[in-house]
Design a protein around this ligand. Structure first.
Ligand code: ADP
Ligand code: XUL
Length: 538
């Protein structure tokens, strides 16, 4: 029997998935989640983020992630699963977030004492106590400086896969260097959340994979190595503080003695960690072009595999490295689950009442459009949170439909740059259990939608990547399709088909929705007259 462990450290929680893959047996053995706010309340986070009066600030305590990993590994050891059978481990983490360690951290990692909690051995070794995460939108100035220094946004996008984004690690590092040069000087190593957690598992500074590396505005996408011009434009001496970049299937070490002695894990291989979205690509079974995944997590993301890097040069899309060695396109929306939750809580609804309300309101919402920018938005870029409403005045029920329709229309509009024929969407993330939301998705995209069986496709993807790396050693002919077969396949019974009339209505509504976005962002005329036409049609 061979077991593989996948971990995913997301914004709000840490999830572990254990799978079994044998010659004629493959199954999900265990899936368990630890919520940061609920289980580690001493860190004072809300939805995994430290509260701040400024909505543009998004930071989390890195020690909370350390504590969560220790707690989770202990829980796995006590779960009844024989963890001694784990052959390989990999993981993923929320993208872009960074962890700043001083020069004592390397020694601490190398000499972890199994008798002392991990968190007590890492405390005091950070040159920056809080980690900026993907929700942070405070680096517009640094984005502009880096863009200018490398020769413009088209050049930056072509080289790194994205124009400059406020949440990307390069602009965040530049801001840290400018604001607190001595703390920057004192920084020995800057990790992404993914490579930081891999370092805790192996007991030494772990390398980065190109999938997560491409979320930094620092990596040359084609060379899969640091782009010196961007690194120099970001901060002095940065090159020596960054991890090395390795192929995504690389073995970066074995589980440190800390895990072996404290919890009884074996010296399992640790495979390079990556970002949650690249890992989800594998967990969603999307190892070849032609299908799209939509993750409805804290953020909503639309992504799909790409054989060639077709970059969205001046837009909001990104091209990342994929775990298969090819590429992936992605567009990220900050107001995902938290915006849906905002509407649900304001109306005092349970999720099942929310779904019922959604199903009982008319598609097109009688010409009402709501732009649900409760927080700053990444796509389209909106720095000051504001909720905009267009069309006739509505009630609570119309807000439920409005938030879901706006999100789906926005995802369809802003993922067009990926320029692909999509025949199927695989839905994942916490809200993918909601069939009424998936129905709006199917109607807007005009495509069948399937729900994936595992709740957390990033953690499943990590377990599958661990299996791929381990099994490839013995069988060089093993393909990615062989690895994901049977485990990352959507459930046939979960299929939601589009309604052709509703799809035609949403196709007509798309330019009206786009006009509302443009008007709300101060770059287009009032869309009132077009909305009246939608209202008459509904
Ligand atoms: P992340 O991995 O980013 O931490 P998840 O993918 O675990 O987030 O999704 C968590 C979110 O799922 C919650 O914030 C909640 O809003 C949403 N959620 C849970 N159940 C439902 C449901 N029945 N309908 C819609 N959304 C749901
Ligand atoms: C992707 C992004 C988010 C985080 C959330 O670019 O910023 O999806 O990865 O975990």
């Amino acid at each position: 029997m061979a077991l593989y462990l996948g971990l995913d450290s997301s914004t709000q929680s840490l999830t572990a998935v254990i799978i079994e893959i044998d010659r004629d047996r493959r199954r999900l053995v265990l899936e368990t989640t630890l919520g940061f706010d609920e289980e580690l309340p001493q860190y004072g986070t809300r939805h995994g983020v430290l509260p701040d009066p400024d909505p543009a600030v998004g930071v989390s305590p890195p020690l909370m992630w350390v504590d969560a990993l220790d707690l989770m590994m202990g829980r796995l050891a006590d779960s009844g699963v024989d963890v001694r059978e784990i052959a390989a481990v990999s993981g993923s983490a929320q993208q872009h977030g960074s962890v700043y360690l001083d020069a004592t951290a390397g020694t601490a990692l190398a000499s972890l004492d199994a008798g002392t909690a991990l968190v007590d051995q890492l405390r005091g070794r950070f040159s920056r106590e809080t980690s900026p995460i993907w929700m942070d939108a405070t680096t517009a100035e640094e984005c502009a400086e880096i863009t200018a220094a490398v020769g413009g946004e088209v050049q930056l996008a072509r080289r790194t896969g994205s124009r400059a984004f406020e949440r990307f690690t390069g602009p965040q590092i530049r801001k840290f260097f400018k604001r607190t040069p001595s703390a920057y000087q004192h920084t020995d190593r800057i990790h992404l959340v993914s490579s930081f957690l891999a370092s805790l598992l192996t007991g030494r500074h772990a390398p980065l994979d190109p999938g997560d590396g491409s979320g930094m505005n620092l990596m040359d996408l084609a060379a899969r190595d640091w782009w010196p011009r961007a690194v120099e434009a970001t901060a002095p001496g940065l090159r020596n503080k960054l991890p090395v970049i390795v192929a995504p299937w690389s073995r970066v070490g074995t589980l440190a003695r800390y895990w072996q002695i404290r919890y009884g894990f074996p010296a399992a291989q640790v495979i390079a960690w990556t970002g949650d979205n690249p890992s989800s690509l594998v967990g969603a079974g999307l190892v070849e072009e032609g299908r799209l995944a939509i993750s409805l997590g804290t953020s909503d993301t639309v992504f799909g595999p790409m054989s060639e890097p077709r970059v969205d040069e001046s837009g909001t899309g990104h091209v990342f490295g994929a775990p298969t060695g090819a590429y992936m396109g992605l567009t990220c929306f900050q107001n995902g689950s938290l915006a849906r939750e905002h509407v649900r809580t304001a109306l005092g609804l349970t999720w099942s009442e929310f779904s019922h309300t959604l199903a009982s309101t008319p598609p097109g919402n009688g010409g009402r459009v709501m732009l649900p920018w409760f927080s700053p938005e990444i796509t389209p870029p909106v720095s000051t949170p504001a909720v905009h409403r267009y069309g006739p005045t509505g009630d609570g029920a119309t807000d439920v439909r409005a938030v879901v329709e706006a999100q789906q229309l926005s995802m369809a509009l802003h993922s067009r740059w990926m320029a692909r024929e999509v025949d199927t969407i695989h839905a994942t993330g916490g809200a993918a259990v909601n069939r009424e939301i998936l129905q709006v998705m199917a109607d807007v995209f005009g495509t069948s939608v399937f729900q994936l069986p595992a709740g957390n496709s990033a953690a499943l993807g990590a377990a599958l990547r661990a299996a791929h790396a381990h099994l490839s050693d013995a069988d060089r002919s093993l393909t990615w399709l062989d690895v994901v077969a049977g485990l990352a396949k959507p459930l046939a019974i979960s299929r939601v088909d589009p309604n052709p009339d509703r799809h035609a209505m949403y196709r007509d509504m798309m330019p009206v929705y786009a006009a509302c976005e443009a008007h709300a962002r101060g770059c287009g005329p009032d869309p009132g007259q077009w909305l009246e036409r939608v209202a008459r049609r509904g």
